[in-house]
Design a protein around this ligand. Sequence first.
Ligand SMILES: Nc1ncnc2c1ncn2[C@@H]1O[C@H](COP(=O)(O)OP(=O)(O)O)[C@@H](O)[C@H]1O
Ligand SMILES: [Mg+2]
Length: 297
Amino acid sequence: MNNAQIRNPIPRAIVKPGPKGKFVRSGKVKDIYELDADHLLFKFTDRVSAFDVVLPTPIPRKGEALCKMGAYWFETLGVPNHMVRLEGADGMVVRRLKMIMVECIVRGYLYGSLFERLGKGEVTLPVQKVLASKLPAPYFDPTTKSEVHDEPLTEAQIVQQGLMSSKELQEVKASTIGVYEKMSDRAKGAGFILADLKLEFGKDPAGRILMADSIGPDEFRMWPLAAYSPGKTQESYDKQPVRDWLQSTGYKARLDAARKAGQPVPPPPELPKELVEEVSGRYVRVYESITGRRLSG
Ligand SMILES: Nc1ncnc2c1ncn2[C@@H]1O[C@H](COP(=O)(O)OP(=O)(O)O)[C@@H](O)[C@H]1O
Ligand SMILES: [Mg+2]
């Protein structure tokens, strides 16, 4: 799900100075620091991206909402994971793992690249080709973990390529589907559909498999239940106003044209204040309605 090649550079002005430890890398959302040989610090920033472009305007409280949302899942899913503790409002200390180089995607709905692949006949599924329709059962749909373009992987390829043993694969697959089911139930209770989810796993020095990375809106699609209607594109609750605004101002069209022509990403515009407030409120509301917790600070 990463696409580093067509991503614009992170605007430097919104990379916070390092809290402590050695800076390792900036992802789309997280800044990662190495605390010691066994621990990393994930700083969840207020950066927002849309159409794979990181925008220059931060969304206040977004980092805090994502950090605490991830912590909520790690604390309550009952699956062994890498979280050690929270640090400050938007930091999470995690155990450093040897990552398993597979993106463990599970889908409850026919959407995104699975819909496209079904249309092209690249996968066979006993379903009608209706966009956003519910699949008969959660579908495990792993991909490579690439900086450039994630490619689908079959279970046989995962084992043949030595990414996991077949026993590890069965463990990770069952865990991924189990987590999807639990998260779907909680989302439903809060009025959302969890359409799909991407999890990552890693191994600790003893060889134990732990759930890792983060669990937030960049790792799943969540749709408001009230607006759900199969057969069309669904709104992604939190970022939709940003996408709509980029479309209405013509930026999206310029971006598409530049990408098509193989040109660099045009500089994205600053977001207006009201939009920033609306989006910030959405992140806070999703967090609070799903977790039943208040986002402090
Ligand atoms: N416990 C961990 N130990 C080592 N690496 C991890 C751990 N958890 C996640 N990672 C890796 O850290 C990186 C996070 O970077 P990235 O996904 O680019 O950030 P963002 O989600 O902000 O875009 C990923 O490559 C992920 O596999
Ligand atoms: Mg990521």
